[in-house]
Design a protein around this ligand. Structure first.
Ligand SMILES: [Mn+2]
Length: 415
């Protein structure tokens, strides 16, 4: 399937879901100001991108389902502005927008408010649908929230419909195009980790490992999907360590949690390697415990399972191993050494949009990422794969990224 075809299908599915008389507006968003006239990098609204494939600032997707059920689609672009284009780059032309998104009708954002006004003035709009997802209570709001601030006082009578739950549900099931993007993101992540294995040695800095990974991504037209974690020794018990500024010591392990971005889709892989190319007996024993949890949980992935059940399974296996390793006596002590969930949905966001508590279905992509973090021994080990739920079970999308002790040691000793 072509990307454009996928976009058309995704919009058709949404329009089928909406009631007649609904006007749905999706905003690509704008980069927030950083200081003076400088902005933070722009990150397109994921749901706008999901329906258009377009990664541009200040665009609006207008979707209207008439009371008779006819669908009208229009994409509003930023005005072409030859003067501004000399400063900030070329803007997307209408024909390009049509080619990427498959939306046939194009307008410019300066006309957008009037168009909304005219439609409502014709008494053909029963409700307004916006993506009103909030990442936190305190959050000031995305572009849709800002639009609503101006809209609500003018049309307080129009009911609102929040699209966020629809997107969470829809985005959990990946189509062909999405799975292809994820495969590419994972393949580039594998290349980056391979370069890491070439360079890893005692005395290197964590940031050198990060650079080995990220430069490989750049050489492949990619970039990190999230802040690369490259953490040696005792700091590996910190789950989201991002300093990456310590020296890697002989006899320590390094924990890497990283992923490439491809077409806005995120890989999310964790591997733990011995810095000097050989695990100690103790490191190996703990590593094998985590690996056993990874394999057992992965093998349990199938339609009808839940992430919660999978986490319970991971806890059982990790607790069994911790008892054998002499670290705990009863299962309720596990929280001292394993203190995150087993995984999450993966897609346009690394922690992808999802409805909590649901059953796994074919086409979903999740991470499986057990870990053990033993502060008193200065050991943190996490191994994470990306797993596609299939009709009959699962496919490990990251299956070719080595994870067995012998494979890692032999790879590191034959550079
Ligand atoms: Mn993850």
């Amino acid at each position: 399937m072509e990307t454009k075809q996928a976009m058309i299908k995704r919009r058709e599915k949404l329009m089928k879901h909406l009631k007649p008389g609904t006007l749905a507006l999706l905003f690509s968003g704008r980069a927030p100001y950083r200081s003076a006239d400088a902005h933070y990098p722009f990150h397109v609204n994921r749901n706008f991108y999901y329906l258009t494939g377009i990664d541009r600032e200040n665009f609006v997707l207008y979707l209207y389902k008439s009371p008779k059920g006819e669908v009208h689609e229009q994409l509003f672009l930023e005005e072409l502005d030859p003067k501004m284009e000399k400063w900030t780059g070329f803007r997307m032309k209408p024909e390009e927008a049509v080619a990427v998104s498959g939306v046939a009708k194009i307008g410019f954002v300066s006309e957008f408010h009037n168009q909304v006004f005219r439609l409502i003035a014709g008494f053909q709009v029963a409700s307004l649908a916006l993506d009103l997802e909030r990442p936190s209570w305190e959050f000031a709001g995305y572009e849709a929230h800002r639009f609503l601030e101006g809209f609500k006082p003018k049309y307080p009578q129009l009911p609102l419909y929040d699209l966020a739950p629809y997107f969470a549900k829809s985005r959990m099931i990946k189509d062909e195009v999405e799975i292809e993007e994820l495969r590419k993101a994972i393949a580039i992540t594998e290349k980056g980790l391979d370069r890491v294995l070439d360079r890893l040695a005692p005395g290197k800095m964590e940031y050198e490992v990060q650079a080995a990974f990220e430069s490989t991504l750049m050489e492949n037209g990619s970039q990190p999907a999230f802040s690369t974690i490259a953490v040696g020794g005792k700091n590996a018990v910190v789950l989201h360590y991002e300093e990456n500024n310590q020296m890697l010591k002989d006899g320590d392990c390094i924990l890497l949690d990283l992923g490439a971005d491809w077409g806005k889709y995120s890989a999310d892989i964790s591997r733990t390697y011995p810095v000097n190319g050989k695990f100690t007996e103790r490191q190996r024993a703990i590593y094998e415990a985590v690996l056993d949890a990874l394999k057992t949980v992965t093998a349990a992935v199938k339609p009808g399972e839940t992430l919660m059940n999978l986490n319970e399974l991971a806890k059982k296996i990790l607790a069994k191993h911790l008892r054998e390793l002499g670290l705990i006596k009863t299962e309720d002590e596990l929280g001292k050494y394993y203190y995150h969930g087993i995984g999450h949905h993966l897609g346009l966001d690394t922690h992808d949009a999802s409805q909590r508590g649901g059953e796994l279905k074919p086409g979903m992509v999740i991470t499986v990422e057990p870990g053990l973090y033993i502060q008193e021994e200065g050991i943190g080990i996490r191994i994470e794969d990306d797993v596609l739920v299939t009709k009959t079970g699962y496919e490990v999308l990251s299956a070719s990224i080595i994870r067995e002790v012998d494979e890692i040691e032999s790879r590191m000793n034959h550079k």
